[in-house]
Design a protein around this ligand. Structure first.
Ligand code: ASP
Length: 322
């Protein structure tokens, strides 16, 4: 049976080229969109250039637009979708889509570390692999996945780990959920299901702050504004903060601004285990929400989606821990 796959190009290195001086620049049109790829055996591709942006230019408003286009695609007879995206913020867009899409239609996000005309460019290869994964029956109901360098990662935990290496995308705590090998799509593990919130608008005043030795309350005081909707803190180790931050954090709690805590560690989860001033036990008692397993940028996306869906109090806390 022929599979109909929607291709949504958004820009990024996969769409760019190197000039004679070695600089990487966007093209007026994505070279992948110009390829005569419409007959890939049993796969029919429908291509749209929804954006042509480097991924540092992508905002939650763009993510919402993508999500809405994909939601519509699920009602238009598409069997799957591939989103090409710059790698810098790819993990945030992929998670946003995973949190906001409700259908079982496979959605695969991919990109490239080397632009379209560089030696060893990985763009076309990753694109072709992403199409294979999007059209595989085994991908139905798997949620949004990221396919790069022959690996399939869940959108929930994958992160960019290297500035230039093609093997940059990793899932630190437990690895990819599958691999593509000799043209075959193999899933090796599943992750727990999570709620999906099909939001119609997106709030953006949600901030991310990283803790460091000797940190004081200055940055938190600066965010104590009527416009602030939420703050994610990348705390130290298992989830602790320097004691000099506590007064400013308490003032934010009094303003009912949700404070969400993850670890700045690359691997593992934050939990309230240390019982000293600024330790995780102390922070949890203050009302700071521990978010298990997500990194800072991803916890920010999840908080922003939860708040955009109108969640607050214990419902927001439950959502952040799902
Ligand atoms: N700076 C580029 C971007 O995110 C990097 C890439 O696509 O690999 O758009």
């Amino acid at each position: 049976m022929t599979k109909k796959i929607l291709i949504l190009h958004t820009g990024g290195t996969i769409s760019m080229s190197e000039d004679a001086t070695g600089k990487i620049k966007p093209n007026a049109q994505n070279p992948l969109a110009e390829l005569p790829l419409n007959s890939q055996g049993q796969i029919q591709l429908v291509t749209e250039e929804i954006f042509n942006l480097p991924s540092p230019h992508i905002t939650p408003a763009h993510m919402l637009q993508l999500s809405q286009r994909l939601r519509q695609a699920a009602t238009e007879g598409f069997d799957g979708a591939v989103v090409t995206h710059g790698t810098d913020t790819l993990e945030e867009t992929a998670l946003f889509l995973d949190l906001t899409l409700t259908s079982t239609m496979p959605v695969v996000v991919t990109g490239a570390m080397r632009s379209s005309n560089e030696i060893g460019s990985d763009g076309l290869y990753n694109f072709r692999t992403a199409i294979m994964v999007a059209s595989a029956n085994a991908s139905v109901g798997k949620g949004v996945v990221v396919v790069m360098n022959d690996e399939i990662h869940s959108a929930r935990y994958v992160t960019k780990t290297h500035t230039t290496n093609v093997a940059t995308f990793r899932t630190p705590t437990f690895g990819p959920i599958g691999i593509v090998s000799e043209g075959h799509v193999n899933y090796m593990q599943t992750i727990n299901p999570q709620p999906h919130l099909p939001i119609e608008k997106v709030i953006t005043e949600v901030y991310l702050i990283k803790a460091y030795a000797g940190m004081t309350g200055t940055l938190f005081q600066a965010l104590n504004q009527p416009t602030t909707r939420g703050i994610v803190i990348e705390a130290l180790g298992a989830g602790n903060l320097p004691p000099q931050t506590l007064a400013a954090l308490q003032a934010l709690v009094h303003q009912n601004i949700p404070l969400v805590l993850v670890s700045r560690c690359f691997n593992g989860i934050a939990e309230p285990v240390y019982d000293y001033q600024g330790g995780g036990v102390n922070l949890a008692q203050m009302g700071i929400i521990f978010c298990r397993g997500l990194n800072g940028p991803k916890a920010r996306i999840k908080l922003l989606v939860g708040l955009s869906a109108g969640l607050q109090g214990s419902a927001l806390k439950k959502y952040l821990n799902s």
